[in-house]
Design a protein around this ligand. Structure first.
Ligand SMILES: [Fe+2]
Length: 380
């Protein structure tokens, strides 16, 4: 990717200011520059070999000048002259270091969208054989939180082979994959023919499963639609219409538990999780596995009012994307962002069989980034 030319470089003891001819201005604190000098990183790992406590407390720039594609910086109290690549500085000044797959595209009104037309689709053979198509598809998966495959062979276990190209499968007490079909006396209501409201899977795990894949081996002929909603867009909506409820749901720890054969899992987390900068990072809504809250009555009443408000939003049909997955279709979604559910179906007349697995969240980003770097030579 080409970088505009530098039009000026201005050094003050504690600040370097760089201007590029596209109007970008970068201001870099001397302590930040001193901590990020290329000579203090070992190659090829790129890992820093000095600790912040090794740095001068108040590094002061003596002078800076352009030297080809780099800025040469000399320091007031040290003999070293440092060389910092201008395109590297430009990435930080322009915000360009954000890769395409990190640009989340929230979607709120799911009912106005078509799963077929508005989300990424790929055939299983394209996933295997066409790396460019796989990159485009996985980038959309990360932006929208949801994407689909078709023509995935309807053979048990195929899901693991396909998902191995997308990320690392995470084993649980169910093993590498789980079957979603009706069983007698189910340990989990997913293994019944009941409809399931929108939810995130397994908030009782640490961490909550990252991505979830569901492969339809046998579709129910007339009912059993899949439902999806963007939980982060819904939480954003709650913040807009009822900020107090939103804040309560971000601050109240909710206990989740699963007890079944071979596992006793427990975790506490808020229904809406914020990042350290206050952005909505995850939604852990799952009414089936919430345990009794330990709250004094007044706080308890306030929490329930907020909880209901959010639950009512989730039930609004306009926020739900409904689609029928056919045999061979596979839905893949970010389980920390996209809520999913299904309508009920008549299991006696129409058996339905899905196989599912979880993928670690970071591995899906990682495989996408590696593919982008290999195909486009983009080092971000
Ligand atoms: Fe689920």
């Amino acid at each position: 990717m080409s970088v505009p030319a530098v039009t000026s470089l201005r050094a003050e003891p504690s600040l370097l200011t760089v201007r590029w001819n596209d109007g970008t201005i970068g201001e870099f604190a001397s302590i930040w520059l001193r901590d990020n000098l290329p000579e203090d990183r070992e190659q090829p790992s790129g890992q820093r070999v000095v600790d912040v406590a090794d740095l001068p407390r108040d590094p002061r720039i003596r002078a800076a000048e352009l030297n080809g594609a780099a800025a040469s910086i000399s320091w007031q109290d040290e003999a070293r002259v440092s060389s910092i690549a201008l395109d590297w500085l430009y990435d930080y000044a322009s915000g360009r270091q954000h890769a395409a797959e990190r640009e989340q595209r929230p979607w709120l009104e799911g009912s106005s969208l078509s799963a077929q037309k508005d989300f990424g689709w790929l055939t299983c053979s394209q996933l295997h054989s066409d790396e460019r198509a796989r990159l485009e598809w996985s980038t959309r998966l990360l932006q929208d939180g949801l994407a689909f495959l078709r023509e995935v062979p309807r053979v048990e276990g195929t899901i693991l082979e396909a998902m191995g190209l997308v990320g690392f499968v995470a084993e649980t007490n169910y093993g590498a994959l789980f079957d979603v079909r009706v069983v007698e006396q189910p340990e989990n209501l997913a293994f019944s023919d009941r409809g399931l409201g929108l939810h995130a899977d397994n908030p009782y795990r640490e961490p909550v499963p990252g991505f979830q894949a569901l492969h339809t081996l046998l579709a129910a002929p007339d009912r059993g639609d899949s439902l999806f909603a963007d939980g982060i867009a819904l939480a954003t909506q709650l913040r807009a219409i009822d900020p107090e409820a939103f804040t309560l749901l971000t601050r109240t720890p909710v206990p989740f538990r699963y007890r079944g054969t071979g596992a006793d899992l427990y975790a506490e987390r808020p229904l809406i999780e914020l990042s350290c900068t206050g952005e909505i990072a995850a939604v852990a809504y799952n009414n089936r596995s919430i345990q009794p809250l330990r709250l004094p009555p007044a706080q308890c009443r306030a929490f329930y009012a907020a909880y209901r408000r959010f639950a009512e939003l989730l039930r609004e049909p306009r926020f739900q994307l409904a689609t029928r997955l056919e045999g061979g279709d596979l839905a893949l979604f970010d389980n920390q962002r996209i809520l999913h559910g299904r309508t009920g179906f008549a299991s006696a007349r129409h058996p339905r069989h899905l196989q599912g697995c979880y993928l670690t969240r970071d591995s899906v980003y990682s495989k996408t980034a590696l593919l982008r770097q290999r195909l486009h030579g983009d080092p971000r």
